[in-house]
Design a protein around this ligand. Structure first.
Ligand SMILES: Cc1cc2nc3c(=O)[nH]c(=O)nc-3n(C[C@H](O)[C@H](O)[C@H](O)COP(=O)(O)OP(=O)(O)OC[C@H]3O[C@@H](n4cnc5c(N)ncnc54)[C@H](O)[C@@H]3O)c2cc1C
Length: 433
């Protein structure tokens, strides 16, 4: 027996862990599993935050050895984002999706349709896929190019009017295989290889961590900065998060109560200058400084996850997003509830440009945890009342699958598609449904 977990803290187990090193080996093993009716769970980098890879028995198939790399052709699903970004950058190219945790595998980011900070301009992973080679649960392997339509009958599902959504399958009318598979959380096929759309690396980029003495000022600035052309990133960090970060970054200006992280192609900082931010804010144009800011941003979820784990609890964070026009009204109410229920025991940070800010409750007692769970359920309903989504980028996996029937009163369209791919429900059993 093998134990398995992921960044959510959930623990799972499998009868056996296999890491096939080729597409052919994946096909053979899946055929053998089909013959014995064995359940199969797929493991990528394990950075998922919803317990997706935390199997409940059966075979655990890891993509870690699928590391073939052809920049003009197929790239293996097991390639970590660190390698992908380093190799594209070295070739003068950019792969725009940028989920914060670079130990994630390419396949995992396709399975969750991951997004991250640059999605403000570039959208989520789905938009950057040209072709996918996948294995079906019976071991059949096929390659689909973007635009090849999914031929089976299905009932289209209208997604929320948020800029990102990864709750449930993507089912607009006339969906392509590639678009449907992206974000299906490993419940339809195993992603083995992908051909990616890459763009030229911008010659110049300015970046900043801009500090404010009042949260309101930062929030007003977000609304003004949204329309700045060529803005790649617009991220928020609240006062509680800055306090946590101060443990590692004592240079954070004293008195700052909120920060915005920005990144824009070009060298012109003028569009940012009218806002009322602190003089001690950090701006930079060099790659090294940008990487430093990136690390600063990355440290935050790490610190949050560590704090929750050390206190003996599992991650309790939201991945909610609302339509951009709804954000100011929604957020004012969300923060006032948090202040009332969990003063200084929560953090809020993330992709505010997409009206998608992650709230994490930092429970210190079992009572905090219980109240946190209740808040999560209540807040989910408020998000839906604002026309939002309960998962913008992480997926629902195992730990959040209870949210799917909250967001969609009828799961039949999803279950119908699931049964077209995997009639026995053996692939990533327990994920989503
Ligand atoms: C500190 C931190 C920051 C993060 N920041 C972001 C962020 O900014 N944006 C964002 O979107 N996410 C973020 N995440 C979440 C996580 O990195 C993403 O969900 C990522 O896409 C998971 O990839 P993985 O390879 O680690 O997948 P895993 O955790 O191994 O698996 C995730 C799910 O995908 C399935 N899966 C994995 N590989 C395949 C495959 N080849 N074929 C089919 N199914 C597969 C698994 O079965 C599981 O259901 C963050 C996580 C952490 C810990």
């Amino acid at each position: 027996m093998v134990e398995i977990d992921d960044a959510s803290g959930l623990k799972g187990w499998a009868d056996e862990l296999i890491s096939p090193a080729s597409v052919e080996d994946f096909a053979r093993i899946l055929k053998e599993a089909a013959a014995s009716q064995t359940k199969v769970t797929i493991s990528g980098g394990g950075t998922g935050v919803t317990g997706g890879r935390c199997a409940e028995g059966g075979l655990l198939l890891s993509t870690s050895k699928l590391t073939q790399f052809n920049l003009d052709g197929m790239i293996g699903a097991g390639v970590p984002l660190t390698d992908l970004h380093a190799r594209t950058r070295a070739a003068g190219l950019l792969y725009p999706p940028d989920p914060t945790e670079w130990t994630a595998s390419l396949g995992g980011t396709i399975a969750t349709n991951a997004s991250g900070s640059r999605s403000f301009r570039f959208g989520s992973t789905r938009r950057w896929l040209e072709a996918l080679t996948v294995a079906f649960i019976d071991g059949t392997v096929r390659t689909f190019h973007q635009g090849e339509l999914y031929p089976h009958p299905y009932t289209p599902v209208t997604p929320p009017k948020t800029t990102k959504n990864t709750a449930g399958y993507y089912l607009p009318p006339g969906v392509s295989w590639v678009d449907l598979i992206a974000g299906s959380e490993g419940t339809l096929v195993v992603v083995l290889e992908a051909k990616l759309k890459l763009i030229p690396l911008p010659k110049e980029v300015v970046a900043g961590v801009v500090f404010f003495t009042k949260a309101e000022e930062a929030l007003n600035t977000v609304e003004r900065w949204r329309s700045i052309p060529a803005l790649n990133m617009l991220e928020y960090i609240d006062a509680n998060s800055l306090e946590l970060l101060q443990l590692r970054y004592p240079e954070i200006p004293a008195g700052s109560r909120a920060a915005l992280l920005i990144e824009r192609d070009g060298s012109d900082v003028d569009p940012f200058l009218e806002a009322d931010f602190m003089d001690e804010s950090w701006f930079a144009a060099s790659t090294a400084d940008r990487d430093r800011f990136r690390k600063f941003r990355h440290t935050l979820p790490e610190l949050v996850n560590e704090r929750v784990r050390l206190n003996g609890f599992k991650k309790m964070g939201t991945d909610f997003a609302v339509p951009v026009a709804e954000f100011p009204r929604y957020w004012a109410q969300c923060v006032s509830t948090l202040e009332e229920l969990f003063p200084s025991k929560y953090t809020a940070y993330g992709h505010i440009g997409d009206a998608h800010v992650h709230v994490n409750i930092l429970p210190e007692t079992e009572d905090d945890e219980r109240r946190g769970q209740q808040w999560l359920r209540d807040e989910a309903r408020r998000v839906l009342a604002h026309g939002g989504t309960l998962s913008a980028e992480h997926g629902l996996g195992r730990r959040k699958k209870w949210m799917l029937p909250l967001q969609y009163s009828d799961l039949t369209p999803f279950l119908q598609v699931k049964s077209q791919f995997d009639p026995e429900g053996r692939l990533n059993h327990g994920v989503l449904f």
